[in-house]
Design a protein around this ligand. Structure first.
Ligand SMILES: [Zn+2]
Length: 218
């Protein structure tokens, strides 16, 4: 079967968002770009991540004209397609409904850059794209406008979209945004949320990008 390694990695990531409680049930979706095909592989719609088989991920061309697979692709396929078309640097996308990021999405507030990890991995506040119903072209269009040039965006009353260079990167963005949302809510309960300055964010990002060995544990 073609793209066996990519299919396995996609299933593994889908399983991880479920087991890490970034989603419950069959919600959320994951995709990766297939550069040679002008296409992506995406999780099928409404299927239990625990039983996904190598043949289950669906291949969809980026113009939407060709769908190959035995199941319907994720309902958020229009959103994923638009991101790959508009952002050539993106190799994989994770969309999750994690609770603390969702709290910000419901409150209509951006997740602030309050941790060094947030500065290093994301590098910007995670803003909220306007509400539109799941799976709609309107949601895809509105979300793109907020995500372009960035790494993550909140969907109002819905969840989080992370756009990474590969699956591990997209997953890491989800974990860091969720942790940042959680910590900033707790800090607010303690009294004060102190954000990092723009200057510190830029310096942290620069160091993180250019000093390979400091990658995950600075
Ligand atoms: Zn969703």
């Amino acid at each position: 079967m073609k793209y066996e390694a990519e299919r396995r990695a996609l299933i593994q990531t889908a399983l991880e968002i479920y087991e890490s409680q970034l989603v419950v049930g069959t919600w959320g979706n994951v995709s990766l770009r297939l550069p040679a095909e002008e296409a992506m592989l995406i999780t099928p719609s409404g299927m239990d991540y625990k039983v996904l088989d190598i043949e289950d991920p669906v291949q969809v061309s980026l113009d939407g004209s060709r769908i190959q697979g035995r199941w319907k692709p994720s309902i958020e396929t229009p959103l994923h397609r638009r991101i790959y078309l508009a952002m050539p640097e993106v190799g994989a996308i994770c969309h999750v409904h994690s609770p603390y990021a969702s709290a910000y999405a419901v409150a209509g507030q951006a997740v602030p850059v309050v941790l060094e990890e947030t500065a290093q991995v994301v590098g910007h506040a995670i803003e909220v794209a306007p509400y539109a119903r799941c799976g709609s072209e309107e949601l895809a269009e509105g979300t793109m406008q907020f995500l372009k040039g960035k790494r993550a965006v909140l969907l109002a009353n819905h969840g989080l979209v992370a756009a990474g260079k590969d699956l591990a990167d997209a997953l890491k963005i989800c974990y860091i945004v969720e942790k940042t949302a959680r910590v900033s809510i707790m800090a607010r309960l303690l009294g004060q949320v102190r954000e990092l300055s723009k200057e510190d964010i830029n310096a942290l990002q620069h160091d993180f990008t250019f000093y390979g060995q400091s990658k995950d544990h600075t």
